[in-house]
Design a protein. Sequence first.
Length: 138
Amino acid sequence: MKSYRKELFFEIPTRRAFINITPQVEKCLYESKIKEGLVLINAMHITASVFINDDESGLHHDYDVWLEKIAPHSPVSQYRHNVGEDNADAHMKRQIMGREVVVAITEGKLDLGTWEQIFYGEFDGRRRKRVLVKIIGD
């Protein structure tokens, strides 16, 4: 069994964003030379997420609106965590959207379903963050 590890870095200039990282993960898979196995992709920061869904701008807008209803950013005084900070909502949004995904590798390709893409979700941007790509297999 082989193993491959790489960190992807992001510095999103806005507080929130959804970035399709499927091409970067596919590049990691190519570099790994692994043909059968699993790839784990996880956000290495507690205010960011990795998830799988459709790459459709209307859906991304709907996610943003929905998440803001569930865990609104303001007023920041509503959160105990925000003593000296303003990102409690980002922690909650990450909890909802998830930390990581695992995707099967079949014949050297990501075994994603129809329309599925891998996304990095940023909920408290404006600084450098990272995503881990860990691939194991043969």
